[in-house]
Design a protein around this ligand. Structure first.
Ligand code: CA
Ligand code: CA
Length: 216
């Protein structure tokens, strides 16, 4: 019982403490992870795995305004047998964020660039909470800088899938990044609800009763 009361006290303290508005963060390999999803179509990953690289090249841009040059160390290139299929990426944020901006470093020519990205957002329980489709512009040349696209994500997004396609079955891009704020736990429907005041008094009463019984 004592443990339970302590636990509820901690929850209430966080809840009533008042959450300050979190500042915007750039999400990359320092604070999120990325993996290739099972929805990825058959084809060739070209330079990504065949040359000993990992998919982390997607999130290795150090900042939202970083410039990358197209070479084997920096870009992602997939060719799909069926042009309708594509690359599925799973972004795991670890904690819940409210996404504000998508940063997308696309290839510089139509032959290989990404033509469409479908984002699906999930909450902390893994439930789908929204989708958003983006058609990124061609990348800048010669140095590729991100196109910044407002991304209307639901609050409290814990993970995101991105399904990337090219109309001709080829996709090539440098990075994907997000600018986001850590979600306010008070506005997260998946956060356990603290007991109301009446519940506190009831719990306190039960604790006193228990203690007095032990004393007898
Ligand atoms: Ca990269
Ligand atoms: Ca294209």
């Amino acid at each position: 019982m004592k443990f339970a009361i302590t636990l509820f006290t901690a929850t209430a303290f966080m809840s009533f403490g008042g959450a300050a508005v979190a500042s915007s963060l750039y999400l990359n390999q320092d604070n999120i992870s990325v993996s290739v999803g099972p929805g990825t179509g058959a084809g060739t990953s070209n330079n990504t795995f065949t040359r000993g690289f990992g998919i982390e090249k997607v999130i290795d841009a150090p900042s939202a305004d970083a410039e990358e040059f197209h070479n084997q160390d920096t870009h992602i290139w997939y060719t799909f047998n069926d042009p309708a299929s594509g690359l599925e990426l799973l972004f795991d944020f670890g904690v819940s964020y409210d996404i504000e901006t998508l940063h997308f470093w696309n290839y510089t020519g139509e032959r290989y660039d990404v033509d469409e990205v479908v984002f699906t957002f999930f909450d902390a329980l893994g439930s789908e909470i929204g989708t958003e489709t983006v058609n990124p512009a061609l990348g800048t040349s010669p140095g590729i800088r991100a196109q910044d696209i407002p991304l209307v994500s639901p609050l409290n997004t814990r993970s995101v899938t991105a399904f990337l396609t090219g109309t001709n079955g080829d996709i090539d891009f440098q990075n994907i990044g997000f600018t986001a704020r850590v979600s306010d736990p008070d506005l997260d429907p998946t956060t356990p609800v603290p007991l109301p005041a009446a519940g506190w008094m009831l719990l306190a009463g039960a604790g006193t009763l228990l203690a007095s019984r032990r004393l007898r």
